[in-house]
Design a protein around this ligand. Structure first.
Ligand code: SAM
Length: 239
């Protein structure tokens, strides 16, 4: 069974442990203006993109794999009257041909996994950024070592995460970390969507598998992710 992200994230607008206020801070760190061109890889429902376009008037090219999220993104862009600023394409970000030195900013907010981890994302995206432009990459990191039995996934501590990013030839200029409230809100929206869906679809053939995975991920969040896993948007400048 493929995890039904469209159902699980039906109530999220920003699909990451962050907030509109923090996305506006990101825009300030990036020195966005109406002249800025922003690439948003894995743009989801254009939650971050809409905040940035409304606050700074920048142009955004969003790329999203899932048609349902891309359609919701386009609907949100239209509803906000931002069609002149935000363009959303349904595509696999990893197989897109990017024009070199063409964007002021390349973002992958919670989507570094598309290329592997933050180092791979940075190496894939930095050629598309102009000199003096920026990367903005959102990625988990371990705030403290998890117990041996815990799957570390591809994540490491914050200094190593920054080293991975900078190995692509960029220099860190900013960090916007998720608070515990950001994480709790992000996870709670998942839990409510799944519980409501299970209540409405008790005989669905995937109901047992969805309930089991949901309960396992809830337990992992409470046991080690909430105390130990961080998440941050790292901003880095291309010299
Ligand atoms: C954690 S969400 C983040 C969405 C958005 N950046 C945000 O912060 O609201 C990850 C997004 O990446 C999209 N995605 C996953 N693989 C992708 C790929 N290969 N190409 C483009 N988008 C992808 C997912 O469908 C999902 O919308």
């Amino acid at each position: 069974m493929e995890w039904p992200w469209e159902m699980v994230e039906r109530d999220h607008v920003i699909q990451d442990p962050t907030s509109p206020e923090k996305i506006r801070l990101l825009g300030e760190y990036l020195r966005l203006t109406a002249d800025s061109r922003v690439l948003d890889m894995g743009c989801g429902k254009a939650g971050p993109g809409v905040v940035l376009a409304e606050a700074f008037g920048c142009r955004i090219f969003g790329v999203e794999l899932r048609e349902a999220f891309a359609a919701e993104a386009r609907a949100r862009v239209k509803e906000r009257g931002l069609e002149g600023l935000i363009d959303v394409r349904t595509a696999d970000a990893a197989s897109l041909d990017l024009e070199p030195d063409s964007y002021d900013v390349a973002m992958a907010i919670g989507t570094c996994f598309i290329w592997g981890h933050i180092e791979h994302a940075a190496r894939a995206l930095v050629p598309a950024v102009k000199r003096g432009g920026h990367l903005a990459l959102g990625e988990p990191y371990w705030r403290s070592e998890p117990p041996q039995a815990v799957d570390r996934e591809p994540f490491v501590g914050l200094p190593e995460t920054v080293a991975r990013l900078e190995s692509a030839g960029v220099r860190l200029t900013g960090i916007i970390a998720a608070s515990r409230d950001d994480w709790d809100r992000y996870e709670s929206l998942h839990w409510r969507a799944v519980e409501e869906w299970l209540a409405a679809n008790p005989a669905h053939p995937d109901a047992v598998a969805i309930r089991d995975r949901h309960r396992a991920s809830l337990a992992a969040y409470l046991e080690h992710q909430r105390p130990l896993l961080g998440w941050a948007i790292l901003v880095a400048r291309k010299p």
